[in-house]
Design a protein around this ligand. Structure first.
Ligand SMILES: [Zn+2]
Length: 234
């Protein structure tokens, strides 16, 4: 094999590794977003539990206010009853007091029930918060592992780039533009082996003169179909 083709093959190997690294690096933001998205469901559940608790606490406050109004009214009616000298009015006030006391009793029962519900919602909120904390721990682990992968790939990339710089010195400058163009347009494969009279890049059968040119290896031979630089495997 020609030395220059051999040098190009090594260069192509490093360039293909760089392309693979670039592809993997480009996927990392998606991996990160996917990891963070796992939090959304649990965060929504915490918010929902929090609102349910607040609603219920408001309901307790409203019942308390209603009960307090009844207590004030009962106090006023009792005072009126104490002050009246008319028997009829005394009896009528007594009926009203009974009615309000019944109301107050209902409100107090409702308040106890609602307070029980508050306890339930508080427990549910704690459970949702615990689930979120657990997920957050897992997500943080995922993000840390993504960051480690990122750092390792970046270090690999820099190492290969430095190596590539040295390899480039072994490649004749005149082939570089052709090589670069083929790398760009031929899916990262500029150099392909000749096998069974075919170009392994595009799998087309080569004409005899091209096969001969590759085999003698005196000059750079290209596939007449895809244009890739051809070589004979050793
Ligand atoms: Zn070809």
């Amino acid at each position: 094999m020609q030395d220059e083709v051999r040098a190009l093959l090594i260069l192509q190997d490093r360039d293909r590794r760089l392309l693979a690294l670039a592809r993997d690096l480009a996927k990392l933001p998606q991996d990160e977003a996917r990891a963070k998205a796992k939090l959304a469901g649990d965060e929504a559940a915490v918010a929902k539990a929090h609102h349910a608790l607040l609603d219920c606490e408001l309901r307790v406050k409203k019942i308390e206010l209603d009960a307090e109004t009844r207590r004030t009214t009962i106090k006023r009616l009792k005072l009126q009853q104490f002050e009246t000298r008319k028997n009829e009015e005394f009896v009528a006030l007594g009926h009203e007091i009974v009615r309000y006391e019944k109301d107050l009793d209902d409100f107090e029962t409702q308040e106890l029930e609602a307070m029980d519900e508050v306890d339930g919602f508080r427990t549910a909120q704690k459970a949702a918060e615990a689930a979120l904390a657990h997920t957050r721990k897992l997500v943080d682990e995922d993000l840390a592992s993504i960051a480690t992968r990122h750092a390792r790939m970046e270090a690999d990339r820099l190492e290969i780039l430095a190596e590539r710089e040295k390899l480039l010195a072994n490649v004749p400058e005149s082939i570089i533009p052709l090589y670069n163009r083929l790398m760009k347009t031929k899916d990262g494969l500029a150099i392909a082996p000749l096998r069974d009279g075919k170009c392994e890049g595009c799998h087309m059968k080569l004409i005899a003169s091209t096969v001969m040119k590759v085999q003698t290896g005196k000059e750079i031979a290209q596939c007449e179909d895809c244009g890739r630089i051809l070589y004979v495997e050793e």
